[in-house]
Write a protein that binds this ligand. Structure first.
Ligand SMILES: *Cc1c(COP(=O)(O)O)cnc(C)c1O
Length: 384
């Protein structure tokens, strides 16, 4: 049975060009970038080249790219680093209810340290209204953090408008771009973004690598202290091979962005159109302002976990964000924020496309999904 992976929002395989680029840096070119001998110099040069590649793609400068261990660390550095460095200016942070836990949890933690956080509501499509951002600003606001695209429902946020508002009020703006980086064009200058998080393993690079773009003028403190690597913002010997792989993945994703995006949009739209024909199925997220690779539906009278297991039996790897999938029984905070009830969110399914998915894969999903839903509804404990 052919296995069909439709969970690219969770992680992606390392592509072979990336693996190839990394290989040398595990073996012959194993040096520590801080060493002064030729081994060190090789590593340092490779790092510097990677930094330039990544900076250029978002219209930043090389010395504004801080390599980290991934999206989670970048978000933590952005939120906590800015909060503590700007404490004398104010203690208020604005974010949204649909952020990734790597934003929400640091915010919750900061509340315990005396900071105040506003968690903005979103509309039924998961869109943050820029006017709500502006209304929430107080004289104590130091940071706004709104994600570029949501990892569960794929909704793309109006970050350029939010950036403009932040600039007008002289407030720092951070965006978690982990899901959009390499998929949507980003220009930090044009969009007035002061800090931006990205991760390598969501775009066919290795796991455990990411970056935080930090505009030169931003006041920020490190959260890891030590040897002063990464412009004193992130101590620790750099993951040279990982960073090389990340840069290669970024380079390839950028080159293929337009064509691959258009290809995925076609497949996505076909899936949305056909799945909508299943009785009592509803699209989660925005119909058009959504990631090229994201499909998210809820099915009345269906339990998401059972749906996943049945799909898995047919070789299809999908995801439910009902969060029973993680350790808690709580419904997804994102689906709750867009107005789904507990039951509705537990009947939701996320499919996220990748570059190796074909039209045939999509046809296979469209063949088996309606049958599975029908059979699950027959045995459903829910009344509907
Ligand atoms: C995956 C993800 C993260 C976390 O990134 P890691 O590199 O896995 O730590 C953060 N934000 C969003 C939106 C994500 O999708």
């Amino acid at each position: 049975m052919k296995k069909i992976y439709l969970d690219h929002a969770a992680t992606t395989p390392v592509r072979k060009e990336v693996l190839e680029a990394m290989r040398l840096y595990f073996s012959e070119k194993f040096g520590n970038a801080s060493s002064l001998h030729s081994f060190g110099k090789d590593a340092k040069e490779a790092l510097s080249k990677s930094r330039k590649t990544i900076a250029k793609i978002i219209n930043a400068r090389a010395n504004e790219i801080i390599f980290t261990s991934g999206g989670t660390e970048s978000n933590n550095l952005a939120i906590k680093g800015v909060a503590f460095a700007n404490r004398d200016k104010g203690n208020h942070i604005i974010t949204s209810k649909i952020e990734h836990p790597a934003i929400l949890k640091p915010c919750k933690w900061l509340e315990k340290q005396g900071f105040k956080v506003t968690y903005l509501n979103v509309d039924k499509y998961g869109v943050v209204n820029p006017k709500d951002v502006e209304k929430a600003i107080t004289k104590n606001t130091i940071l706004v953090s709104i994600m570029h695209a949501n990892n569960e429902i794929g909704t793309i946020e109006p970050i350029a408008e939010i950036g403009k508002i932040c600039k007008k009020h002289k407030i720092l703006f951070h965006t978690d771009a982990v899901q959009s980086f390499g998929k949507l064009p980003i220009n930090v200058k044009k969009m007035n973004i002061n800090l931006l998080s990205a991760s390598s393993h969501k775009i066919y690079g290795p796991k455990g690598v990411g970056m935080l773009y930090v505009n030169r003028k931003v006041n920020i403190e490190p959260i890891l202290h030590g040897g002063g690597h990464e412009y004193k913002l992130r101590s620790g010997t750099e993951n040279v091979a990982g960073i090389i792989g990340f840069a290669k993945a970024v380079e390839l994703a950028t080159k293929e962005m337009k064509k691959e995006g258009e290809r995925q949009i076609k497949l996505r739209n076909k899936l949305i159109k056909e799945i909508s024909k299943i009785k009592d199925s509803y699209l989660n997220g925005h119909p058009t302002f959504r990631l090229p690779n994201n499909i998210n539906f809820w099915f009345k009278g269906v339990e998401g976990e059972s749906l996943l297991l049945r799909l898995d039996e047919k070789g299809i790897a999908a995801s439910t964000q009902s969060a029973c999938s993680s350790s808690s029984l709580k419904p997804s905070h994102v689906l709750t924020a867009i107005g789904l009830s507990h039951e509705q969110s537990h009947g939701s399914l996320r499919l996220t496309l990748g570059k190796e998915n074909t039209e045939q894969d999509i046809n296979h999903v469209l063949e088996v999904l309606p049958q599975i839903i029908n059979s699950l509804r027959k045995i459903s404990p829910f009344k509907w």
